[in-house]
Design a protein around this ligand. Structure first.
Ligand SMILES: NC(=O)c1ccc[n+]([C@@H]2O[C@H](COP(=O)([O-])OP(=O)(O)OC[C@H]3O[C@@H](n4cnc5c(N)ncnc54)[C@H](OP(=O)(O)O)[C@@H]3O)[C@@H](O)[C@H]2O)c1
Length: 292
């Protein structure tokens, strides 16, 4: 039987992509499209160099492809024209995919945010517009909506641990009562594999196995920092001003829209009720780091 060919948009080297590659390499032929070759992909993929904003210009990219997995989007909040260009480019990719007989599109999406964020943030509304179009395309579509993802090089847990270690102080925004359910990047990759096998479709919220309040998460991380870390309580409006201030200085550990999303308490959803795998806990990941 000919191999099932997957176009991995954004490649297998990022936070999500590395989890996807770890789960599906060897089971599929993978064509990986992103900007810079990654040593971790060598021998596992056919690398094609390019920018997602240009992908619509290369319909030949989908030739012979059965499924597309898209792990790329931008994290920085603007400007509108950047996201509009990427949305248009991805729409052209979907048209090319339809014409080439591609069956399936698995998209790493984002969980619902507040209506204010959804309507005002180009990062969000262009992604949603693309996903809506894709949903109407006739392709089999799976939209995976992960909560915060942890991985060897993630931008959440590692950044928090690093800041705690360096400054021995860490901000607690408000009462820290809003939630997160962090998910391991390979568990996201496994869900992608399930979608490729036709066992998962539609829109799937993907939390991890444990739901923490932000305060509980900070208290957990404190245990993995050798120094004593003091949590400094700041009110929600002051926290937001501080994030805006640091963003204006070019320091982007947390963008303002990410802050608003975090404190809106919309990121603490459960793991998908899908049989076949016990998801990794954040604690087991932190324990492994402690002994590494
Ligand atoms: N991380 C999270 O906690 C989280 C949670 C929920 C949803 N998501 C979603 O997951 C997706 C991936 O996030 P991530 O954290 O894995 O990001 P990441 O670690 O920054 O990885 C992004 C990957 O995409 C490629 N890429 C970036 N810009 C590109 C461009 N202009 N053209 C082509 N390829 C490009 C990069 O490779 P090159 O540099 O070689 O191009 C990189 O391998 C995003 O859609 C994000 O919204 C992430």
């Amino acid at each position: 039987m000919p191999a099932h060919k997957v176009l991995l948009m954004g490649g297998g080297a990022g936070v999500v992509g590395s989890g996807v590659l770890a789960e599906i390499a060897g089971r599929y032929e993978i064509r990986s499209y992103h900007r810079t070759p990654a040593p971790s992909e060598r021998g596992k993929v056919e690398f094609v160099s390019g920018d997602v904003g240009e992908v619509g210009r290369f319909p030949e990219l989908v030739r012979g492809v059965d499924s597309i997995v898209n792990v790329v989007w931008y994290r920085q909040p603007g400007p509108d024209r950047l996201f509009a260009r990427t949305e248009a480019s991805l729409r052209a990719l979907v048209s090319a995919a339809q014409a080439a007989g591609v069956e399936r599109f698995v998209q790493i999406s984002l969980p619902p945010a507040t209506s204010r964020l959804e309507s005002r943030t180009p990062y969000l509304y262009h992604k949603r517009a693309f996903e809506k179009e894709m949903g109407a395309s006739g392709l089999k579509v799976t939209l995976l909506q992960p909560s915060a993802i942890f991985a060897p090089q993630d931008r959440l847990i590692h950044v928090m641990l690093d800041l705690m270690q360096r400054h021995r102080r860490f901000p607690l925004f408000g009462d820290g009562g809003y939630h997160l359910s962090p998910i391991w990047h390979q568990d996201v990759g496994w869900l992608v594999g399930e979608a490729l096998e036709d066992r998962l479709s539609g829109t799937v919220l993907a939390g991890g196995p444990q739901r923490y309040t932000y305060l509980e998460l900070l208290e957990l991380l404190q245990r993995y920092v050798p120094q004593r870390v003091k949590l400094v309580r700041v009110s929600l409006p002051t926290g937001r001003l501080a994030v805006q201030f640091f963003n204006a200085l070019g320091w982007h550990v947390l963008y303002t829209y990410e802050y608003d999303w975090l404190v809106s308490d919309l990121l603490g959803f459960a793991a998908p009720s899908h049989p076949g795998r016990e998801f990794r806990t954040l604690e087991s990941f932190l324990e492994e780091g402690r002994h590494a």
